[in-house]
Design a binder for this molecule. Structure first.
Ligand code: S3P
Length: 442
């Protein structure tokens, strides 16, 4: 494992771009794979998670390859996926696993899927339950864990499904299963989650209808046996990746960083709202539409941050950003309470524990209070000086390297390789802005 440390000293200065959006990259490949014709994807995230999806879709019969700068997907049409002749290894990617299970669940095929130690410990019952009701059959390890076998339904049954926890992966999985199902499949969500699936299915010609009730409950209805038509898509930079250099700039004195072409879908932009509530100096410019998603440039400048009370309702729109938001809270003055974080316990690692334990190890008082995390900000550089175990979690790795950039003593992570899951080029991008992040010997 490669140990790396983040050290304070240098301001971060410059203009940069981050790689393509991970969520949209998975969806572009998957929806392209069940469309008719050739989809071209520009700006695809070439990280391990998305490459797992590419390899799996090829094994299921679609054509997926890189040509020049773009990725080309030759779709087999809804209903056209076939049994792979080997086990699908989805690495670290929960999105690949849950969304592909949805696609496969209503195709007449059998597939074995597995993943790394992290993915094999994550709950799959949240998709196995609704997909079984649509006629698929699963053999899974204890409590719906991978490795598992899926036998797709031969006579798919449409479903009206109320998602029990806010989850874009579960919503997307059921909608993907609905593509090759007769009648109408409906997903009901009490709290809105990222809606890239809905945008992209519509753009590819699906008959999909979204209604939002006065109390915010959303009904997403999809007409089955969809005929999707290939099209070209241009992907925005990933706001979840931009968060790391962006928040680093807010935390490190003298910094001024602009990140161009960041996806600003309101259901992903909760971190920016939170940072503004913490008095961060953030400026969003050049907002425009790109392939149906809003994008813009964001400038992050260092300045004093203030603790804030972040409501549970914010969680779905910044679910992947709590690790880095907690690092910002560590340098803010006053207390920050992040409410309603139960879902963090079942991410790539137990992020709830990783935030609390890692901050405490770095000398920052942090505690769990039920499902809330409470961080006592240091109003300046935290002590630092700890080594944090990444546990195959890319966002924990990046968050603690960033904390090191603003701490009195370096912060070390035990496994920088995990970053490849979502953000290839992270170390080069950060050092290019001036950050002192380097390998540490034993
Ligand atoms: C994702 C949804 C979220 C998020 C994950 C990506 C997606 O997961 O944490 O990184 O692309 O749909 P949940 O649906 O489990 O909240």
């Amino acid at each position: 494992m490669t140990r790396f440390a983040g050290r304070s000293g240098n301001a971060l200065i410059g203009r940069t771009k981050v790689p393509g959006d991970k969520s949209i990259s998975h969806r572009a490949l998957m929806i392209g794979a069940v469309s008719i014709g050739r989809t071209s994807v520009s700006g695809l995230l070439e990280a391990e998670d998305v490459l797992c999806t590419a390899v799996a879709l090829r094994a299921l019969g679609a054509g997926v390859e890189k040509m020049g700068q773009d990725w080309i997907v030759d779709g087999v049409g809804v209903g056209g996926l076939t049994s792979p002749d080997d086990i699908l290894d989805l690495g670290n990617s929960g999105t690949a696993a849950r969304l592909l299970l949805g696609l496969m669940a209503t195709h007449d095929l059998t597939a074995h899927i597995t993943g790394d130690h992290s993915l094999r410990s994550r709950p799959m019952n949240r998709v196995i339950d609704p997909l079984s009701r649509m006629g698929a059959f699963f053999h899974a390890r204890d409590g719906g864990r991978m490795p598992l076998v899926v036998h797709g339904a031969t006579e798919p049954i449409p479903l009206e499904y109320e998602v029990p926890v806010p989850s874009a992966q579960v919503k997307s999985s059921v909608l993907f299963a609905g593509l090759n199902t007769p009648g109408t499949t409906t997903v009901i969500e009490g709290e809105a989650t990222r809606d890239h699936t809905e945008h992209m299915l519509k753009a590819f010609g699906a008959d999909l209808d979204v209604t939002v009730a006065d109390d915010g409950v959303r009904r997403i209805s999809l007409t089955g046996y969809a005929e999707l038509e290939a099209r070209d898509v241009v992907l925005p930079g990933d706001p979840s990746s931009a968060a790391f250099p962006g928040v680093a700039a807010l935390m490190v004195p003298g910094s001024d960083v602009t990140i161009e072409n960041i996806g600003l879908n309101p259901l992903r932009a909760g971190l920016f709202e939170t940072l503004q509530e913490m008095d961060a100096d953030i400026e969003i410019t050049n907002v425009r539409d790109q392939s149906g998603e809003p994008v813009g440039d964001i400038t992050f400048r260092h300045g004093p941050l203030t603790g804030a009370d972040i409501p549970a309702a914010r969680a779905p729109s910044m679910i992947d950003e709590y690790p880095i938001a907690a690092m910002a809270a560590a340098v803010a003055s006053g207390e920050t309470r992040f409410r309603g974080l139960a879902e963090l316990r079942v991410k790539e690692s137990d992020r709830f524990a990783a935030i609390v334990d890692g901050l405490v190890a770095c000398g920052v008082p942090a505690r769990a209070d039920g499902d809330d995390i409470v961080v006592t900000g240091q109003g300046g550089p935290p002590p630092g000086g700890a080594e944090v175990h990444v546990n195959l979690d890319h966002r924990i790795a990046m968050a603690y390297l960033v904390l090191g950039l603003a701490s009195a003593k370096p912060v070390t992570i035990d496994d920088a390789a995990a970053i490849e899951t979502s953000f290839p080029g992270f170390l080069e991008l950060m050092t290019g802005l001036g950050a002192d992040i380097a390998p540490v010997g034993d």
